[in-house]
Design a protein around this ligand. Structure first.
Ligand code: GAP
Length: 461
């Protein structure tokens, strides 16, 4: 089965596997849940950390021209007035007068295959067919109060994007790092949007993590850097093993562009419900720096020594959701493989994660919970955990344990058996994808596991 053929039914299976194996749980479940809100379990948190780590590695550690930042979630409300979010960060909301369900008007048009500004189409409630209300613009920012007094002076917003924290620190970073244009500032952190219609598991939620990078360039150099970042970001997904046929780029129509953008291109993924935005790459011009300079009164122009001139750098921004990236990687990795001659029991479910993303890279399993095998397997595990993300497991039969490791996407299982302790001091390494087993001396095990992880595509093992 290829991912192209994944259906909504497969999506339900993936959501169920995610809960059963401890990737993602419905949040506040013991209180009946709070719609479209999710908690990451032990394996999910590892998966998302690995995704963020791979992004940070490629953006910050592997380059000389990008530095990191971690700005506050609650910032001065002036930030959001200057950026245009206070007035303009809104979606068109329509409501059913009968069942009171609310929808995003542009999503309903999209589902009908019509333009989002289509005129003359009467929108009906998808549930009961009643004529929907006229649209009203609904601001997506969450409001709260900072400090003990709840009045207009203490009103603040939770950030709806991490980007503005970067713009307001532009001068601090230039002065403290002496970076010269072109250079970038990268940030990973939570963002909040009061989405009208969250949904599709962790695809669209009201609280999510973003990985954003603002790349500052000389005006006039922006178009070539825009192309560069579209290519570079697309390649990042391929390098993490996402199948090329499930990825595409889609340039935005002029009518879709956000208020700050000169151009924008989405990297889209073929999710089980269809092609949807995974990451956005935007050409933001000097909109943000110039607006913050005007609103704050603080000079945010850059002095270019070579040109002996001041200017607001233009900005290219690749912006990706960590949760959405983790979801695409999870969906892309999901496979069902028939074993033998049919029947439900003969189906192997396997997550074919890239070895740098897999929550567990190598599992150590004694053949059985035997007094001789367990201490040896523990010893092997202690040695391997210094080098790799590992797990030790001696519960249930060896067959069931292999199944579990396949289902959580562990690339290799190391098995300690009676020959190990009685004759050869060697173990078997089982490959998740081919299910082939090779026998390897314990003395050389870490090297062999590293070589196998590399042959599966790891660049970091
Ligand atoms: N600073 C630009 C910006 O925030 P965006 O297209 O609104 O642009 C960037 O968001 C990325 O953040 C999206 O491509 C998506 O991956 C992720 N994202 C946005 N809204 C989200 C939501 N409600 N839930 C999960 N991820 C979201």
């Amino acid at each position: 089965m290829t991912n192209r053929n994944l259906t909504e039914l497969d999506m339900a299976k993936i959501v169920s596997l995610a809960k059963r194996r401890g990737f993602v749980f419905p949040s506040s479940e013991i209180y009946g849940g709070i719609g479209s809100t999710w908690d990451y379990g032990p394996l999910g948190v590892a998966l998302k950390r690995n995704v963020k780590e791979a992004w940070w590695q490629s953006m910050v550690y592997d380059r000389d021209d990008i530095v990191g930042l971690d700005s506050a979630i609650i910032q001065s409300p002036e930030v959001w007035i200057a950026s245009g979010h206070a007035d303009g960060f809104a979606d068109p909301l329509v409501e059913c007068p009968t069942c009171h369900k609310r929808y995003r008007e542009d999503h309903l048009f999209e589902a009908m295959g019509a333009e989002s500004n289509a005129s003359g189409i009467e929108l009906k409630c998808p549930d009961d067919g009643a004529k929907l209300s006229e649209p009203r613009m609904f601001n997506l920012m969450f409001e709260t109060y900072s400090g003990p007094v709840q009045d207009t002076a203490s009103k603040v917003w939770l950030r709806p994007e991490t980007a503005q924290g970067i713009f307001i620190n532009f001068d601090n970073v230039v002065v403290s790092t002496r970076k010269k244009v072109p250079f970038g500032i990268a940030q990973i952190g939570k963002s909040f949007r009061n989405e009208i219609t969250p949904g599709n598991f962790i695809f669209r939620t009201r609280e999510f993590e973003q990985m954003e990078m603002e790349f500052f360039v000389k005006p006039g150099d922006d178009d070539s850097w825009y192309e560069y970042w579209i290519k570079t970001r697309f390649q990042w997904f391929l390098d993490l093993g996402v199948r090329a046929e499930n990825l595409r780029t889609r340039p935005h129509e002029a009518s879709e562009l956000a208020h700050y953008a000169k151009g924008a291109t989405d990297v889209e993924y073929n999710f089980p419900w269809g092609w949807s935005e995974l990451e956005g790459i935007a050409s933001r011009t000097d909109f943000d720096l110039s607006r913050h300079e005007q609103h704050s009164g603080k000079k945010l122009q850059y002095f270019d020594q070579e040109l002996n001139d001041h200017y607001w750098p233009y900005v290219i921004e690749p912006a990706l959701g960590a949760d959405r990236a983790a979801l695409a990687i999870l969906v892309d990795a999901y496979e069902e493989e028939p074993l033998g001659t049919g029947g439900k029991e003969d189906l192997r479910v396997v997550l074919k994660f890239h070895p740098d993303i897999a929550p567990v890279q190598v599992a150590v399993l004694p053949l059985s919970r035997n007094d001789k095998l367990v201490p040896k397997a523990r010893e092997v595990h202690s040695a391997l955990r210094k080098h790799f993300r590992t797990e030790y497991d001696d519960a249930q039969s060896i067959g069931r344990r292999y199944r579990r490791q396949d289902e959580i996407g562990t690339p290799f299982c190391v098995t300690v058996d009676f020959e190990t302790v009685e004759t050869d001091n060697a173990v078997t390494i089982r490959n998740r994808d081919t299910m082939e087993q090779v026998r390897v001396p314990i003395d050389d095990l870490a090297n062999q596991v590293r070589a196998q992880l590399r042959s599966m595509g790891s660049t970091r093992a």
